[in-house]
Structure formats: C-alpha cells, structure tokens
Design a binder for this molecule. Structure first.
Ligand code: FAD
Length: 489
C-alpha cells in the first residue's frame, strides 16, 4: 500500500473536474481488497472520515475530501474476465472506461454506457450511475451492472448479484459475507420518471443492487464489478446536422424522438441525439473552422444500421429536409475515424467550458437537469429566457433526445457568478416543478446538495440518511455527498 501525505503529492486528489477543492490528511492507495478492508476497519475504529477517489472527472465534488483521508482505488485496475459466450465482464473499479470499451470491442462485444468523458474509472461510473449519448437507446450504467463486490464502511464485505436480494415490499434485507444481516425500511418517495442520478434509487420490491448504483460512494467502496455486454453493432450512421434556427433543431429532435421511441413502424431508431446551440458552435469555431457561418444550432445523431442502409439514409434525409436542416453543409461520417471525430467534437465543448471556468478560478455552473419529454421544448426556451434576462453569457449542449441539457453559464467575475448561481437555482426549481430532476447523470456530490432539496423535503432526506446510517453507523464514508452531514444524526 502507498500512503502519501506530502502536500505536493496529494494536491491532485483534492479536487475534481468541477474545480471544487478540499483538504485531507493523507492519501491511501491500497493494492488489494484486503488492504481496503484494513484501512476502512482502522478508520471506522477511530472515526476517521474517508473519501473514495476514482479518476476525478466528476463534476460535483463527489470525490473531493473535506478532511480525513482519501482512499484512491487507482491500483485496482485490472480486467479480471471477459466472457464472450455469456457476454459479461468482471473488472476492478479503476479500469479506465475507454480502455475497457476498446478491449471489449476488439472481441466484437459492446459496453454501451458512454459518458462524454471516457477517461473515468468504471467504479466512478457505477457510483454515479453515469450516462451518455447512447443512454437514449441503451439506458444508463445501471442497466449493465450485474454484480458488485463492496467493502462496507465498517470493513465487512458484501457480494451482490442482480436478482439475488429483492426487497420484501419496503423491507430491505442484505446479508454480508460474514453472515451478518443489514436490514432497514425503504422510504417511500417518488423518483422522477426522467433519466435521473439524484439520490438513492428506492422503491418497493426493488433489486437491492440498485441501491448501490448511483449512491455516490456513501454506502460502501466498490471493489469489483460484473458488467453485462452485448453484441457489437457493425455499421453506424453518424451525422452532425446544422440548422439555421434553434427552433428547427429542437423540432427535428422532437420528431426523431417520437419516431425512435414511440412509432412502431418507423425505421428511424436513433441511439443518441445530441444538441449544440449557437453559442456552443461559436465557442467551438476557433477549433472547427468548418462549422457553417450561418449555423444557429446543430444536432449530432447516431443510428445502428441493421437493414437497408440507403432506405435508412433517405428517411433521415427526409426528416432533415422537413426541419430545414442544412443538408449541403452537414457532416456525415464515412468511417470509424470520422465517427470518433464527431465524438471529439462533442467532448471538446465540455472541456472548453471547464477550462474557461478554471482560468477564472470559478466553479462550473452547468445544469444537469432533465424534464419529461412533453415539457422539454417549453422548458428549453423558458430557461434561455431566464439566462438572457440575467444578462449572462452561456452555452447549451447535451443529451436533447433524453430531454436533458447542460446549460453552462459563463460568468466573468464574482458578481456575474453570483447571478449565475441564482439563475441556476431557478432553472432547477422549474425542472422540479415539471417533475424533472436536478441531476440526470452527474450526481449530487457536494455541490448540488442545495438543489437536491428542491426535489425532496427534509423528512425524505432524513429517511435517505437513515439508509446510509444502516451501513455507516460511525459516519465515516463519503460524508457530505448527496446530503449534508447534519442529516446523519
Ligand atoms: C468533460 C466531461 C464530460 C463529462 N460528461 C459526462 C457525461 O456525458 N455523462 C456522465 O454521466 N458524466 C459525465 N462527466 C462526469 C464524470 O465523467 C462521471 O461522473 C464519471 O462517472 C466519474 O468517474 P471518475 O472515475 O472520474 O470518478 P470520480 O470523479 O473520482 O468520483 C465520482 C464519485 O464516485 C465515487 N467513487 C468513485 N469510485 C468509487 C468506488 N470504487 N466505490 C465507491 N465510490 C466511488 C467518488 O467518491 C465520487 O463520489 C463528464 C466529466 C467531464 C470532465
């Protein structure tokens, strides 16, 4: 095991991609599950707080310590098994998502979850129930987790497979490896029907593995993950279509969603539908001079081709033309290399925004809200109006197919930053009123706790805190994620 306490050596562990930073006494880097058990048992005995670190690409301060020690899983980074016959893989938590996907694809298999930032650990994606463009067709990380090994905050170990422990109504019973039982009542609260990564997944008769997925490291440290794989789709249609108006782009997305999800006899079936607004295109133009001058919006879509390719392309072209897409100026990927370039284009904007904010020493003010499909367009334009009225610069991009946008405000100084925070709160509140979520994929971490309270009242949050206490009686693990420590009394 490596232990670092020199300030220069631990600097990198004190922050994540949100620019929020914290402090800790030391960073522990165990090399086995047994070493994790030892660290955790010691910390539990003397009540030292532990913050679990993945690869630090999180956007909510989830892995940022506010004291105690950091436990980095970085040495547990092996792919343990890829089973091509039964289509599953077993990995340690710190396998890099992009390396895992490349390995799996080299065997003609496919692991769909694709957060835009693929330089993250699989453990981090399970802890936050990460999503990406392909979630539109394939669902979030949760849909691919078949089994987990977890070290609990008191050092006990848990192994849980999908389908193994189902709640008896609202009564949850989870046996640990040493034969002891953890039991508690599942609170009865409504989760948004949208894509969602806010708070514990809880409902009657639930599969108890789902409680751990998206629990942001508050219930235990994930030490091994069994993942479902599917067959690798062979041919993909991947296009970036530019539009002269934002309205046209949104209408195009809306109809593509209807055809993909709600129309049985349509051959249009997108696997991702991503939006870029005019300010995003402006922001990207310095790196991509081929973005058409008069483009006011763009949509990147992908579809797997499993039938007649010409017929499929002509259906999409018809839809593009119906919504006034700039057919001549749009980009169609001819091969895998070009498809990857489109992915880079999507990734570039997220990175540029993060750079912009860190150059100004400000934390990111980017929404992760999602609303129900039927409310999306109205919500989108109301949100833009709100930001314009506040006099703030912004860019909007993201997973429009899932009615999920990242509107990033771009304040230049402290005064604008405060205005952006106020506006951010209003946007979250509007999303919640529409039965949406304040976090569709990044999680709550430490930075979105106040907005989480717009979704659930104190009584509900206290009930969630009781779940954590059932696992973490001494209140040591990932304290401050999802809810404030004050709820853990
Ligand atoms: C440019 C950019 C684009 C992004 N795009 C997306 C996107 O499209 N979709 C999306 O979902 N996210 C996105 N993200 C956010 C981020 O990539 C994901 O949240 C990712 O899942 C975090 O993984 P990580 O290994 O970096 O985790 P970290 O940031 O290190 O940690 C995240 C949380 O998981 C906990 N954790 C990590 N490992 C474990 C473990 N083994 N056991 C228990 N808890 C653990 C940490 O304590 C923390 O609370 C983006 C980030 C960036 C910078």
């Amino acid at each position: 095991m490596i232990i670092k306490s020199n300030p220069d050596e631990i600097q990198n562990y004190l922050t994540d991609a949100s620019n929020y930073s914290g402090k800790c006494e030391a960073v522990y880097i165990p090399e086995s599950e047994q070493e994790i058990v030892e660290i955790v048992s010691r910390c539990n005995a003397d009540k030292t707080k532990i913050t679990v670190a993945g690869n630090g690409t999180g956007l909510t301060g989830g892995r940022v310590p506010e004291g105690g020690i950091v436990l980095s899983t970085e040495k547990l980074n092996k792919i343990l098994e890829i089973n091509s016959n039964d289509k599953y893989a077993v990995v340690q938590p710190s396998v890099l998502l992009n390396e895992f996907q490349e390995e799996v694809e080299s065997r003609n298999l496919f692991y769909p979850p694709d957060p835009t930032e693929r330089n993250c650990y699989i453990g981090g994606t399970v802890a936050t129930n990460a999503s990406g463009a392909r979630t539109f067709k394939y669902g979030p990380t949760r849909s691919y987790v078949l089994g987990l090994k977890i070290v609990l905050p008191d050092g006990r170990k848990l192994r849980i497979e999908r389908g193994q422990f189902i709640a008896d109504g609202s009564h949850a019973i989870i046996p640990t490896e040493d034969g002891s039982i953890i039991s508690f009542e599942l609170p009865n609260y409504e989760m948004p029907a949208t894509k969602n990564a806010a708070g514990y997944y809880c409902k009657e008769k639930m599969d108890m593995i789902d409680l751990f997925i998206g629990s942001e490291g508050t219930l235990g440290i994930i030490t091994e993950i069994k993942l479902k794989l599917i067959d690798l789709p062979k041919n993909i249609l991947s296009c970036i279509i530019f539009f002269n108006s934002q309205e046209d782009a949104l209408d195009f997305v809306e109809e593509a969603v209807r055809l993909s999800r709600y129309t049985d006899d349509s051959i249009i079936s997108a696997r991702g539908l991503e939006l870029f607004d005019k300010f995003t295109l402006k922001f990207l133009r310095s790196d991509y001079s081929n973005i058409p001058e008069n483009a006011e919006a763009a949509v990147w879509f992908e579809q797997e081709i499993d039938g007649n390719e010409d017929e499929l392309i002509s259906e999409w072209m018809e839809l593009i033309s119906k919504h006034n897409g700039m057919e001549e100026d749009s980009w169609i990927a001819n091969d895998r290399k070009e498809m990857d370039k489109f992915k880079d284009f999507r990734h570039a904007i997220a990175l540029k925004v993060n750079d912009y904010m860190s150059q100004r020493g400000l934390k990111k003010v980017g929404t992760d809200v999602a609303v129900p499909f039927e409310s999306f367009k109205g919500f989108y334009f109301d949100t833009i109006k709100l930001v314009c009225e506040a006099g703030l610069n912004y860019v909007v991009y993201g997973h429009a197919g899932d009615s999920h946008i990242h509107l990033n405000m771009l304040p230049d100084n402290a005064e604008q930053y405060n205005k952006a925070i106020e506006t951010y709160r209003q946007i979250c509140s509007n999303a919640v009123k529409l039965k949406g979520t304040v976090s569709a994929e990044h999680g709550i971490g430490k930075l979105k706790r106040e907005y989480f309270k717009l979704m659930y009242n104190d009584d509900v949050i206290k009930k969630m805190a009781l779940i954590k206490l059932a696992f973490d009686t001494n209140r040591i693990l990932n304290i401050g994620n999802i809810f404030d420590e004050k709820y853990l009394t």
